[in-house]
Design a protein around this ligand. Structure first.
Ligand code: FES
Length: 238
C-alpha cells in the first residue's frame, strides 16, 4: 500500500469512526496494510431487529457472515473487558488489535476460516470453534480458546486471535466491530485475509451453495447472528 492509498484508508476509517475516536486513533496508529474497510454492516437477530448486548450469552459462540455473504465469522461475548494488544504476523509485521467492544468491552469477532488450511464452518459441520471455560479444549487442557480440530491449531480470543499452538502460520483474521447507539456493526478486517485462497479452494462448493461465485462474493450490508449450533449440524470438538 502506498502513502496515497494509506491516507485514503485513514480518511475512510475516520469517517466511519467518528463515534469511536479512540478506536480510530488506535487503528490508524499501526494499521498500514493490516486494516481493510468494507461496507458497514449492522448485526441483526433472526427476526431482523438489531442485535443488542443483552442478546448475547457470555461464552457462547455465534456465527455471522462478513464481509462477504459466504465468509463465516464468530462472535463471542467473553464476559469481561478484553484489552487491545499488538499482534504479529508470520512476515514480521505487526498491528494493533483493538480489544473487545460493547458496554463491557467484552465482545470480539474473528473470521472463522482457519489460517492454516482454510477449514471453516459449513451447514454440515464446524471444525473450528470457541471453547468456553466450562468446556475446555482437551489439547491444551483449558477453555477460553478457539481451536481448529482439522490439525489442532489453537488461538487466543483475548489476544487478537494469536496462535497458542499448532500449525497455523498466522492469527485469525479480526473482524473489526463498532458499537454505537446500542448496536453492533462490522466495519472491516484486521490482519491477513484468507479470502482469495478461500474462494479459490472452495469455488465449486460455494457455487453450489450460493448459486454462483459472484453471489458468494456479494458484500453484506446486514448480517444475521445465530448460535453456531443452529447453523452447523455437527460441532466437532477435540
Ligand atoms: S485447517 Fe485448521 S489447523 Fe489445519
Amino acid at each position: 500500500m502506498n502513502r496515497r492509498e494509506f491516507l485514503k484508508v485513514c480518511s475512510t476509517v475516520a469517517t466511519a469512526s467518528l463515534a469511536s475516536p479512540s478506536l480510530f486513533s488506535k487503528l490508524v496508529q499501526a494499521q498500514e496494510g493490516a486494516f481493510k474497510k468494507y461496507k458497514k454492516a449492522l448485526l441483526v437477530k433472526e427476526d431482523g431487529s438489531p442485535l443488542k448486548p443483552e442478546d448475547l450469552k457470555v461464552g457462547k459462540e455465534y456465527i455471522f457472515f462478513y464481509p462477504y455473504r459466504s465468509t463465516p465469522c464468530m462472535l463471542i461475548d467473553l464476559g469481561e473487558e478484553v484489552k487491545g494488544t499488538q499482534v504479529k504476523l508470520s512476515d514480521g509485521t505487526t498491528y494493533y488489535w483493538q480489544g473487545g467492544v460493547g458496554p463491557k468491552k467484552s465482545v470480539v469477532a474473528y473470521c472463522s476460516i482457519c489460517p492454516h488450511q482454510l477449514s471453516y464452518p459449513t451447514p454440515e459441520f464446524s471444525f473450528i470453534n470457541y471453547y468456553p471455560s466450562d468446556t475446555p479444549s482437551k489439547v491444551v487442557g483449558r477453555g477460553n480458546v478457539i481451536q481448529c480440530c482439522a490439525h489442532m491449531s489453537i488461538f487466543d480470543p483475548k489476544k487478537g486471535g494469536t496462535v497458542i499452538d499448532g500449525p497455523a502460520p498466522n492469527p485469525l483474521l479480526t473482524i473489526v466491530l463498532e458499537f454505537s447507539d446500542g448496536k453492533f456493526y462490522a466495519v472491516g478486517t484486521l490482519g491477513k485475509e484468507p479470502f482469495e485462497d478461500f474462494f479459490d479452494a472452495y469455488r465449486r462448493g460455494l457455487r453450489k451453495r450460493y448459486g454462483s461465485s459472484r453471489k458468494a462474493k456479494e458484500l453484506v450490508e446486514k448480517s444475521t447472528v445465530v448460535e453456531v449450533e443452529k447453523y452447523a449440524k455437527e460441532i466437532i470438538r477435540c
